[in-house]
Design a protein around this ligand. Sequence first.
Ligand code: G4P
Ligand code: NA
Ligand code: NA
Length: 195
Amino acid sequence: MDRLKKKIVEEGKVLSPSVIKVDAFLNHQIDPVLMKEIGEEFASRFKELGITKVLTLESSGIAPAQMTALSLGVPAIFARKKKSLTMKDHLYTSKVHSFTKQETNEISISKDFMTEDDHVLILDDFLANGQAAKGLIDLIEQSGASIAGVAIVIEKGFQDGGRLLRRQGIKVESLATLSSLEDSTITFETQEVSS
Ligand code: G4P
Ligand code: NA
Ligand code: NA
């Protein structure tokens, strides 16, 4: 997706050889026009699969998940990282360890919103080591629902998550895949079909 890549290059800030800050359009301030295009692009890549729900993790997955769900005509659900006041039990829960942040979060969704009849698209803003996706897959499996695929806005191709998921036979679609952030330079994988 050329518009997304242009945004990453023009507004992203390389913080280290493995981390890029995209607070200007995705992780803090949100570009709604870009989110709409992201939603339409994911919908076109997954529309034939009979998806009934889009599942993400709060907070930064919500904006692109919401627009993708809108384009697919289905609800979006975000797994919570903290127990809410009104959501104490009747939950599926899993643990997600972040190597980047060196912390473990318990994530949860209500049993009310996912059943064995659902076919679920997992969506997240970043794919790094794949731990968030793994936790979301665990929640889906607990509910008896099936996994349609994984939609990622920015994949860090130099980390293991994408390989781990694809090796399990899961369809993973990333809109921009970074091959390197070395020397403060943003490099994309080139074999992607740009759209
Ligand atoms: P993993 O799930 O693929 O294993 O990822 P990891 O633990 O490394 O990621 C932890 C958090 O850091 C996630 O956000 C993820 O989106 C974010 N993240 C990972 N790599 C980058 C990066 O290079 N740049 C930016 N901007 N974020 C990155 P989170 O803690 O869930 O926060 P939220 O933004 O969703 O609230
Ligand atoms: Na994030
Ligand atoms: Na995230």
